[in-house]
Design a protein around this ligand. Sequence first.
Ligand SMILES: [Zn+2]
Length: 119
Amino acid sequence: MDDLSRFCCLNPDCPDHGKRGHGNLTVPMRYGPDQTRLLRCSTCKARFSERKGTPLFDARLPAATATAVLEHVAEGVGTRKTARLTGVHPDTVTRYVRLAGGHAERLHDELVAFSPHDG
Ligand SMILES: [Zn+2]
């Protein structure tokens, strides 16, 4: 059984939009070399990739390589060194850093929105 507790419907018009672990999502199929899950909302019938909204959405690199690129950058390794160590083009490193930066900003905004208020 797939653990879908961290996912939610991404359709803004759906009554269950944004409700994590609500039980409305299923996995009708998997696709691509990494067997990425396609998720389906039983409430609004929307289908979307489990990667939508993440730096790996529509990624051309295998997930392991994309993750390795981002792990090197997160450890402070420079673009050219990261490119050499992971076997990708420096422009690819830059592209993934931009994607991850945007994702991190949205995640930060969401998490901060749930932080308790200080007195
Ligand atoms: Zn939905």
